[in-house]
Write a protein that binds this ligand. Structure first.
Ligand code: ZN
Ligand code: ZN
Length: 256
């Protein structure tokens, strides 16, 4: 089984899996790159997974469905290009011999879902759309800080070796912000150097892992003393609970 990110637009990745014959893609915001990849690898598109309704995640669905007959699986509670199989928390999706569990992770959008496979060739695999990024998280377009923090906390509880397939290459800009939040985090500084080297050669920084994100992503670290201190300095007099710290960081990142 092969896992690969197909670049799209300026900074999207359309994550793709194949077993040598059949393929699965996640959040195809456009179809051209996927169509070329299928032809080059000699694959038949079997399944399209969708995490949320934004056009940069759904724009290629209709033409790919029409061209390939692939089945489309997406969130129960979002406006979606029909027809599709709608799934929600606890549902299971079988594709290419893998079993994905559907997680509901509201915050970026109200009905955002993620797909989690506990066993992808011995390692867990997560397609999390625009909820968790390496070093950051999605903007709160439709949800509250409390909702998003709850969603991220449930993702952070997945096994440390879970491969995290995010939909955007936002890592370097996220890490600049993360360094402003936690200037004394040595893991973060080392990771930033590694990612700068990868991007200098135009390599993806993804997938990440849950274990790594717990060490470097400020949005998963709202209980750390330095993160709390930075949030307090940014917004003096505010409470130090996780939701308030998270909200302060998220608002600051919007203007960083
Ligand atoms: Zn989005
Ligand atoms: Zn997006």
């Amino acid at each position: 089984m092969h896992l690969t990110p197909i670049p799209a637009f300026t900074d999207n990745y359309i994550w793709a899996l194949h077993d040598g014959q059949r393929a699965l893609v996640v959040d195809p915001g456009e179809s051209d790159g996927v169509t070329q990849w299928l032809a080059k690898e000699g694959l038949r598109l079997d399944t399209i997974l969708i995490t949320h309704h934004h056009p940069d995640h759904t724009g290629g669905v209709a033409s790919l469905r029409e061209a390939t007959g692939a089945r489309v699986i997406g969130p129960a509670r979002e406006r979606m290009p029909e027809p599709l199989l709608r799934v929600s928390a606890g549902d299971e999706v079988q594709a290419l011999g893998l079993r994905f569990e559907v997680l509901e992770v509201p915050g970026h959008t109200a009905g955002h879902i993620a797909f989690y496979a506990a066993d992808f060739e011995g390692t867990p695999l997560l397609f999390c759309g625009d909820t968790l990024f390496s070093g950051g998280c999605g903007r709160l377009f439709e949800g509250t800080p409390a909702q998003m923090l709850d969603s991220l906390t449930r993702l952070a509880a997945l096994p440390d070796n879970t491969r995290v397939c995010c939909t955007h290459e936002y890592t370097l800009s996220n890490l600049r912000f993360a360094m402003a939040v936690e200037p004394h985090n040595a893991d973060l500084a080392a990771y930033q150097l590694r990612c700068q080297a990868q991007r200098a050669q135009n390599f993806p920084t993804l997938p990440s892992s849950i274990g790594l994100e717990k060490r470097i992503n400020p949005f998963l670290r709202t209980d750390q003393a330095e993160v709390v201190r930075t949030a307090q300095a940014r917004s003096p007099g505010q409470p130090t609970d996780a939701v308030t710290v998270f909200a302060t960081l998220r608002e600051w990142k919007n203007v960083f």
